[in-house]
Design a protein around this ligand. Structure first.
Ligand code: ZN
Ligand code: ZN
Length: 91
C-alpha cells in the first residue's frame, strides 16, 4: 500500500531526492504490517541507517517518526485500530 505519511519521493527529513531507501516505520516484527498499511516513508541513506542521525541509530528520531505516523493513521482510524495492528500506542 502507498505510504500514509508521504508519497513524495524525497527524504522525509531533509527532502533530498538522492539515495533514497524505503523505510518501514514499525520495523522488526511489524515490518509486514507496515507494508500492508502504508506505514512507510522514503529516507536518504544518511537519515535511514548510515549516520548517528538516522532513524535506525537515533531512538528519539525513530520515536518521533512512529508518533507522526500514528497521528496520520488516527485521522481515519481509532487508537484501538492502531493498537490492534502494532501492539501498542506511541502517543
Ligand atoms: Zn535525509
Ligand atoms: Zn529502515
Amino acid at each position: 500500500m502507498k505510504s500514509i505519511v508521504s508519497n513524495n519521493e524525497e527524504c522525509f527529513f531533509c527532502k533530498t531526492t538522492r539515495n533514497l531507501h524505503l523505510h518501514h516505520i514499525y520495523f522488526g516484527p511489524n515490518r509486514k504490517i507496515s507494508d500492508k498499511n502504508g506505514f512507510t516513508v522514503y529516507l536518504c541513506a544518511y537519515h535511514h541507517n548510515m549516520s548517528n542521525d538516522s532513524v535506525h541509530s537515533n531512538r528519539k528520531l525513530d520515536l518521533n517518526l512512529k508518533k507522526y505516523c500514528q497521528i496520520r493513521y488516527e485521522r481515519k482510524h481509532t487508537r484501538e485500530d492502531f493498537i490492534q495492528l502494532i501492539g501498542k500506542s506511541y502517543l
